[in-house]
Ligand binder design. Structure first.
Ligand code: GAL
Length: 817
């Protein structure tokens, strides 16, 4: 049993210039004895079997998972095992995305929903024992000099049940698809020799009603520390901001995994964004043998720089442990300084200023890679959302990847951070604890969400469960409110426990709730669920495309204009989170059946190409002048017929022109769109937007000729040659004059040369059954996309070439350095 000791440290505030001579974590500090290495490459993968031990490497044969601590039945656990028949993979990895689609089993009694639809028609689950278990094997060297250090593996997440063997020892079984977990391998490691990490990942059981993937889909880290060290997530910074000063209350855990008590000095140094030490506290403590000490100290930081959506300034806390003057550990914790407040009358405040939450909900899933999203892809998606004017993100319905939260911290995106299970079962509470401990220093995180549309939400029992969860959250953090996304039961059950009440849909009921409970802050935890298909303007029941006008929504949901004007007009509502920012696999609403395999809710498709809905929100969430027009203007055969032309504009007045002829001007009404009915004639429509009588913005849609060529666009030109960084390559089919061809479906091939590799393609078509792991993909309504990743340690020019039968190809260069 660990004993805990508290000491109070002495605090020193350093002015930015006063770092000379201070033995701290600044740039000239000695390297940390701690190592944290990402285990991305060198993995081998093989399918196992969920029922038959003979096809599952003997796992569980003769009803034995293990009889002795080391399991001789399991051949791949042995060093001499020949895994040359296993495929080489890198982590993150989602084998689900590589599986073929499986045909439907039929519709439910209402003739609407196919049970296989929810997970996107992939052969995962108990019905598919052949494809639901995967094995990962990594052989790694550990030097003799590691003997005496503490070694662990940190998993950011695996889907789902993950059994971890190291050198034949069964070290861990983790049963959450989303919570991070850690495995200590110190005792069983081979020092000065080779080590076998073997993982059995079983995706037979899912946790959600959407595609969840399969495998080690988030990074894995090897961590080496001194026996005396800061344990995982063992430092916390709680700032109190007053005029011109930040008081940082710092809590540090010091773990001592050795036989002797360890008197030591803990130095907590605050580093600014340039790495300069700007504050420091020193504490003396003795960490008991095989126990843990806790250090509490304060650092006063004059003239603190605040973290905000516009300027997401990050500090770092460098925690150093010294024994007899020798550095034994150095642990970094990024954090930011900001205040948050939810007010029942005035909504949300960031740094004392009212901020309406303009949010989206999202699952971790992207075209080309499934749930195995490289870090850069998380950042790419946050950038796309920010460009729309979004400032908030709800991590539905589970703990997100740390890489996503890093992007939110670094780019300025507020987060409603959600756990998966609303339960007080010890394992569920442990998952919640891991979430809060991991994320409690992040300035982006402003809310802890303990559930979503839980059947117990309106009950006394639900209130008791919520109370226990909230107690835990407050013990671990206590600086952020607890919320839950509710779709009923408001006023009862958990309502009395929550700090902020979430409304999933049913926006029009919020006024009534506010009248009854005027002291409880509220927000739209899930809103809209409008269903649209990118580039489609006529609903097609046979091909299963919904139209991209803001018109179609399932019975529980609304259009964009069905919720945002309501929320925007009421300062007391903190804001809302649109379901969803991006399309995702599974839950193929509105059709709920084959051939749809993905959702239609996104403001962007699964590749990140904006749909027209994106521009509704952009008009009202981003002040940049806009006059977005829909639909496209290529309608051969519809000459003379009226076409409904919409404009999402945020200027004062818009005049529409068809081939230079005015179709009339209209005043823009806040939070609404404009409509003209225009008889189709080939040529161009053009919207001209005015403010104060002055033309400020012009947008055109031109009739395209036949598809002639390909155009490529990279989201970035310079990449890191680290094996993770990537470029998102947008591929557009154009006519001879460079106009986008809005209906083109050409089959595009990508070739890569230089130090990069194509890791997947997509086109945003929710009915497409083409593979993601491929070098050719059909354009969908004129667009498709490729993801090109760098190779570790290989700098140079990556050349990306696109070709398609009958079209002029295109090429672009990006640089990896
Ligand atoms: C909500 C649910 C989401 C998603 C959405 C679709 O009820 O929380 O996960 O299913 O509906 O509209």
């Amino acid at each position: 049993m660990a004993t805990r000791r508290q000491v109070l440290g002495a605090a020193t505030a350093l002015s930015a210039g006063a770092v000379t001579g201070v033995r701290t974590a600044a740039a000239d500090a000695p390297p940390s004895p701690r190592e944290r290495t990402r285990l991305s490459r060198g993995w081998r993968f093989h399918m196992g079997h969920a029922q038959d031990p003979a096809r599952d490497f003997g796992f569980g044969a003769l009803q034995i998972a293990f009889a002795k601590a080391t399991d001789p039945l399991l051949d791949p656990a042995a060093l001499h095992y020949d895994d040359s028949q296993w495929s080489e993979v890198s982590v993150p990895h989602d084998w689900g995305v590589e599986l073929p689609f499986v045909a439907p089993i039929g519709l439910d009694i209402l003739g609407k929903t196919d049970p296989r639809a929810a997970h996107g028609y992939k052969p995962l689950g108990r019905e598919f024992p052949d494809t639901s278990v995967g094995w990962y094997r990594l052989v790694m060297d550990l030097p003799q000099t590691d003997l005496g250090r503490r070694l662990s593996l940190e998993f950011d997440g695996a889907f789902r049940d993950c059994v971890v063997f190291v050198n034949g020892y069964l070290l861990a079984e983790n049963h959450s698809g989303y919570a991070p977990f850690r495995v200590d391998l110190t005792d069983v490691a081979n020092y000065g020799g080779r080590n076998v990490i073997l993982l059995r990942v079983d995706a037979s059981q899912g946790e959600g009603w959407f595609y969840e993937g399969a495998g080690v889909y988030r990074p894995v880290w090897l961590v080496k520390t001194d026996p005396l060290h800061v344990p995982q997530w063992g430092a916390v910074v709680r700032p109190t901001l007053t005029e011109g000063l930040a008081d940082l209350a710092i809590g540090t855990e010091v773990a001592n995994e050795s036989d002797k008590d360890a008197p030591c000095e803990v130095v907590s140094t605050i580093l600014d964004a340039d790495g300069r030490a700007v504050g420091e506290a020193r504490s003396q403590v003795s960490a008991p043998a095989w126990g843990q000490a806790e250090v509490a100290c304060h650092v006063a930081l004059p003239k603190p720089k605040l973290w905000s959506i516009e300027a997401p300034y990050l500090y770092r806390l460098a925690t150093e442990i010294f024994v007899g003057g020798k550095l034994v550990d150095r642990y970094e914790t990024p954090f930011g300084l900001r205040t948050i407040r939810f007010d029942p009358d005035q909504g949300f405040f960031l740094n004392g200023q009212p901020v309406k939450l303009k949010g989206t909900c999202n699952h971790q899933d992207h075209a080309g890679v499934g749930v195995a999203m490289p870090d850069r892809l998380h950042a790419f998606r946050i950038e796309r959302l920010k460009a729309m004017g979004s400032n908030a993100y709800r991590t539905t319905h589970n703990p997100p990847s740390p890489a996503l939260l890093d992007a939110c911290d670094q780019l300025g995106m507020l987060v409603m951070d959600e756990t998966r299970r609303m339960s007080t079962a010890p394992e569920a509470l442990d998952e919640l604890e891991r979430l809060v401990r991991r994320d409690r220093n992040r300035p982006s995180v402003i809310l802890w969400s303990i559930g979503n549309e839980e059947p117990q939400q309106g009950t006394e029992r639900g209130a008791r469960v919520a109370q226990t969860m909230k107690r835990l959250v407050n013990r671990l953090d206590g600086t952020r409110p607890v919320t839950e996304a509710m779709d009923g039961g408001w006023g009862d059950g958990v309502t009395r426990v929550l700090d902020v009440v979430g409304f999933n849909y049913r926006t029009s009921k919020i006024d009534d709730f506010h009248a009854r409970f005027p002291k409880i802050p509220v927000l739209g935890s899930e809103t809209a669920s409008t269903v649209t298909t990118r580039g489609v303007y006529v609903h097609d029941e046979v091909r299963q495309f919904s139209a991209a006008y803001d018109k179609e929504a399932p019975w529980w949901a609304t259009t964009a204009e069905g919720w945002w004007p309501y929320v925007d007009a009421r300062p007391y509502i903190a804001g809302g989170f649109v379901w969803t920012g991006f399309d995702y696999r599974g839950e193929p609403t509105p059709f709920h059946r084959w051939p749809s395999v993905a959702s239609y809710f996104g403001l962007m498709d699964s590749c990140g190409f904006p749909k027209d809905e994106y521009y509704y929100y952009k008009a009202w969430w981003n002040p940049a002048p806009q006059a977005h027009l829909l639909p496209h203007w290529t309608w051969p055969g519809r000459e003379g017929q009226p076409i409904e032309v919409w404009c999402y504009a945020n200027v004062e007045r818009v005049e529409l022109f068809l081939n230079g002829q005015s179709q009339g001007a209209q005043d823009v009404v806040k939070d609404k769109h404009l409509v003209w009915n225009v008889p189709y004639a080939p040529g161009a429509i053009e919207a001209r937007g005015f403010v104060g009588g002055k033309l400020v913005v012009k947008e055109r849609r031109e009739t395209a000729g036949p598809a002639t060529r390909i155009a490529l666009k990279a989201d970035r030109a310079r990449l890191k040659a680290d094996g993770d960084d990537l470029v998102v390559v947008g591929i557009e089919i154009q006519d001879a004059d460079g106009r986008p061809v809005p209906t083109a479906g050409d089959l595009v091939s990508l070739q890569i040369s230089g130090p990069g590799q194509l890791i997947g393609m997509g086109n945003g078509d929710p009915t497409s059954h083409e593979p993601d792991k491929t070098s050719h993909r059909k354009a969908f309504n004129g667009l498709c996309m490729g993801l090109v990743q760098t190779l570790p340690g290989s700098a140079g020019r990556i050349s990306i070439t696109a070709s398609a039968p009958g079209l002029t190809g295109a090429a672009l260069l990006v640089t990896a350095s």
